[in-house]
Design a protein around this ligand. Structure first.
Ligand code: HEC
Length: 168
C-alpha cells in the first residue's frame, strides 16, 4: 500500500486537473433550451445598424431588428420579488424585421443571463451567453461577458435585470 500511495496521489491530481475550474470557466453558459415555452415579457425594436447585425449586415428588405424577452419560472419569481433564485434564466432573441409592413424575418441571435452565484461570482452571479441562430455554442469569452456585466451593473438594485414584468 505504501508503494501504491504516491501513484494514487498522482492519479487523483491528474483527475482534478481535468475538472473545469469552478468560478473561472465563465465562457460556459448553457443554451436556454425550450425558452419559447417560458413567460413572454415584452419586445423591443432596434435599428438595422444595431451592433449584432454587423457580422451579417441587416439590409433591404430587413429594416430593423426585434427583440423578444422571456423568463423561466425562477426568473419570474425574481421579477416579482426582486430577488433571483439560483437557476433563474432570462433569454432574449433577436429577429430581423422585414419591410415597412413589419413582418418577422430570420432569427439572428439568442442571448441569455443564467443565475449561478458561485460559478459566475465575478459577474454579479449571472453568466452571460450569446448564441448565433442554430448554434448552441456560447460566442462570449470571459472578456465579452464582462462587457455585458458592466452595463447590467446599472441595474444592480434590481438584481442586474432591466426587464420588468407587467400583468395585463
Ligand atoms: C449598453 C448596455 C448593455 C450591454 C452592453 C448589454 N446589455 Fe443586456 N440589456 C440591456 C438593456 C437596456 C436591456 C433591456 C432591453 C429592453 O427591455 O428592451 C437588456 C436586457 C438583457 C436581457 C434580458 C434580461 C434583462 O436584463 O432585461 C438579457 C438576457 C441580456 N440583456 C443579455 C445581455 C448579454 C448576453 C450581453 C452581452 C453580450 C448584454 N446583455 C449586454 C443593456 C445592455
Amino acid at each position: 500500500m505504501s508503494q501504491l500511495r504516491p501513484f494514487l496521489l498522482l492519479l487523483a491530481a491528474g483527475l482534478l486537473a481535468q475538472l473545469p475550474a469552478r468560478g473561472t470557466d465563465r465562457a460556459e453558459v448553457p443554451y436556454p433550451n425550450g425558452y419559447r415555452h417560458w413567460t413572454f415579457l415584452h419586445s423591443s425594436m432596434v435599428s438595422s445598424t444595431f451592433g449584432p447585425f454587423k457580422n451579417k449586415p441587416c439590409v433591404n428588405p430587413c429594416t430593423a431588428g426585434i427583440f423578444y424577452f422571456y423568463a423561466n419560472e425562477r426568473a419570474m419569481r425574481g421579477l416579482r420579488t426582486g430577488s433571483y433564485p439560483e437557476g433563474a434564466v432570462l433569454a432574449e432573441e433577436m429577429l430581423e424585421f422585414i419591410g415597412t409592413g413589419g413582418k418577422e424575418g430570420e432569427r439572428r441571435i439568442v442571448g441569455v443571463m443564467v443565475k449561478d452565484s458561485r460559478r459566475y461570482a465575478a459577474t454579479g452571479g449571472w453568466g452571460y451567453g450569446n448564441y448565433d441562430s442554430g448554434s448552441r455554442t456560447n460566442t462570449l469569452d470571459a472578456k465579452a461577458q464582462d462587457e455585458c456585466y458592466q452595463c447590467h451593473l446599472k441595474r444592480r438594485d434590481h438584481g442586474y435585470v432591466f426587464s420588468e414584468y407587467r400583468e395585463r
